[in-house]
Each structure stands twice: as structure tokens, then as C-alpha cells.
Design a binder for this molecule. Sequence first.
Ligand SMILES: *Cc1c(COP(=O)(O)O)cnc(C)c1O
Length: 469
Amino acid sequence: MRYVSTRGQAPELGFEDAVLAGLASDGGLYVPVEIPEFTASQIASWRHLSYPDLMFEVVQPFVGGEIAEADLRAIISDSYTGFTHPDIAPLVKIGEGEWVLELFHGPTLAFKDFALQFLGRLLDLILAKRQQRVVVLGATSGDTGSAAIEGCRHCANVDIFIMHPHQRVSDVQRRQMTTVLADNVFNIAIEGNFDDCQTLVKQSFSDQGFLGEGRQLVAVNSINWARIVAQIAYYFYASLRLGAPQRAVSFSVPTGNFGDIYAGYLARRMGLPIEQLIIATNCNDILHRSLSSNDHGKRDLVASVAPSMDIMVSSNYERLLFDLHDGDGAAVAKLMADFERGEMRLSESALARARAVFDSDRVADEQALAMMAELYNSTGYLLDPHTAIGVAAARTRRRNLETPLVCMATAHPVKFPDAVAKALPGVNPGLPARVRELMQRQERYQVLPKDLAGLHAYIAAHLQKKSKQ
Ligand SMILES: *Cc1c(COP(=O)(O)O)cnc(C)c1O
């Protein structure tokens, strides 16, 4: 499979190079030249496959023969051994024809484990073949950093450096990162805010000389193609359990960077009968405004009860735009340039195509907390605030009551105790063993000022030396 940039000006790459590249050289994102399609009978034949076997069928066409079948199967099945539920992604009924898909049974209790457990193993496989070592550098305000560290801690050829804003992440979130004491894992607390951390990441990617000969930085944020691909699998898994392909299924997805829901869009393009995809945003509602009123202007970031969806720019939306414009990179480049200057507007035809599949809603903090309380009081099921936003949006935007509706449960409520306490005073979500244990373990991290040269000196001094096979 060949990959092209959404802006049409970067060299084409194969799967492995696209995974290592992150952003394309023209500023675009890599997408496959064609989306693989499956027939209804092929999809139906997967009904009894285990989660890893199903994921293999979905992912393999995107890899296009660059990785041997046995190797791909092995890393996929290994990726989900750390999940504590036998179904990996269990469906739980919460209402009439209404379900949540629990995506929080991985090591860090959020859905990002689905993609990052796979990505870490994939990187290691690619790098061993090439006898190369790379450096993963990222910034986190919460869930991404710990999932990336858990994904890369066992990698032989990856050193991972994750920055978080000093004293601005929760105890649980920090400990999920800093108690991983592997030789290749480095946590850095930057004396600044999340934007300062991200600026340091961007500056580092644009000038990688500090790494020395033969090393490169790799991004594991949600624009990485392997992350998107890994997430397609659970749309198939859930839909098959609810009667697809004979029956259509709809999804509501709490959305930030448009990675999770874009995977659902791809599943639909691949032949899965998905009727409706609901984009659920918090008060940082650029995607909802874009779809509902063609207003894709940047606004100031507001801190919400669902911090993992607090974004100003939704990176993966560009991949949808590419599709809405039939792969016209110049048209996407122009839209993104408009957006850089402050605002972009979609054509009526592009908007109509998007609206045929997507609906959207913005859910304010009070509504999310009220949703948590309402569902808990009526059924005893506790939602995390991100998932509550998805459920609330589903209940207002659902088109067809005959079609089963699945809300993506993206995090375990225990990760957001403040929101739980506000929504349901006195209710204790109960600490999973994994979290209780965290509080006892030793932490390790380095506090650094927000200074590029100092950061680079720290990284250069801590790189492991040789590649391993
Ligand atoms: C990252 C995250 C999201 C948003 O996912 P995107 O792929 O960025 O849309 C939603 N909920 C939780 C808990 C997350 O960690």
C-alpha cells in the first residue's frame, strides 16, 4: 500500500515509512492511496473471530505485504495481552438499543491503549529489521503520555521522552507515567504549561541535529497512521456483535483530535454498514461548529471536565477533508492555509457529503455531569465525563431508534475522580487494583525549565547507545 500526503506535495511512502514519518514534509498527513474494501460476506465470515484475529483482517490490507503475516499476527495478539477483560472491548447495554463499548480495560484505563500498545510493538518490529534506534518525543496533558510509555516500555529500539507540565497533571496521571522505571523511559516535568511542552516538541522536530548521527524523532500522537488503523478494528468488533453486516449500527464518539471517529469513518468506507457517526464535543467545539454551521474558526481553549478533548485544532479532520475533496491535495492545502490565517469554509457539496454520515453536538460541562448522574441513578452504571459527553450527544442526535447505537467509552471513571465527585457526591467508583498499586510505587522524573537547549542536552545525555536485533 502506498501513502500520500493530504496536501499533495510530499513524496509517496510505504506503510513502514509513513508510520515513522508522522507529519509529511509539506505539512500534510499521510493517507493510503486507496481504502481497502470488504464485501458483506467477507465481513460476515469474521463473526466468530477473536479480537486479535479480527484486527489482523482489518489491518493487514493497510500494511500491504511490508510485514510478514506471522509477525503482524504476533504483534497484534501480544498488544492485547495486558487487557484485563476477556472480550478486550466488551459491549454493555445501557438503554433501549443503546450500548457502550468499554475501551478502558488496557494498562492505562483509556482507549488510547488500543492504538499505542500496537504502535510500540510495530515500531520495534520495523526498527529491528532496519537495525535502527529512534527517539519518541511527546508532550502530554494526561492520557496520551502514559499510554505511549506503556506502549514503548518494552521496545528494544526506542527511547521515549515524555514531557508533562510540572504540577499540572493529576496524581494518578503523573504516577501512571513516572512509576515506569524502564531504562528507555524518561519523564520530564517542564516548568510551564501544556502549550510550552508542545512548543518544545515542535521545535525539536523541526531541528533534530541534537540527536546526533543516525537518530530521528518519531511522533506517536494521534496523527500517526498506525494509531488510526489500530482503532478501526473495534468498530468491526462491536458491529459484528450487534448483527452487522445484515444490520446497520451507529456510533457516538467523544471527540478531540478526530482520530477515534475518523477510524469509524474508515470502517464505513471499508464496507461496514455504519448508519450514523455522531461527533460529540465538549465546549471546545470547533468540530461541532464546522459541521453544523460551517464555522471552523479557532477559539481560545477552555478547560473542561473532559480534559482529553480540550483541543483548539483537530488534526485528523484534515484527513476527512482530503476525502471530501476526492483526494485533491491542492484544495486541502488551500483550506488549511485559510485555517492558519484564522478561518476556513467548506463548499456546500463537501459539507453535504460530511453531513450524510456525521452528526454533531456540543455538550457543556453541566450536561455531561447531569448525564453521569442520570445514568448512574437509573441503572447503576458510572460513566467517565468523556463517555458521558458521547452518551448525551447520542441521546439528542440519534436519527433512527431501530438502529443499535454504540457510545464509545473512552476512559474508566476512576481516572476522573473530581468529575465523579461533582456529578455524584458520595459515590466512589472503587479503585481498580492497577491504580491502588500505583500509589505505592517509586516515581522517577526530571524537572526542567522550559528551555530548548537544556531539554536537548538532557535527551542527548540519556540516549541508549546501540540498536538491538
Ligand atoms: C484522547 C481521548 C479522547 C479523544 O480522542 P480523539 O481521537 O482525539 O478524538 C476522548 N476521550 C478520552 C478519554 C481520551 O483520552
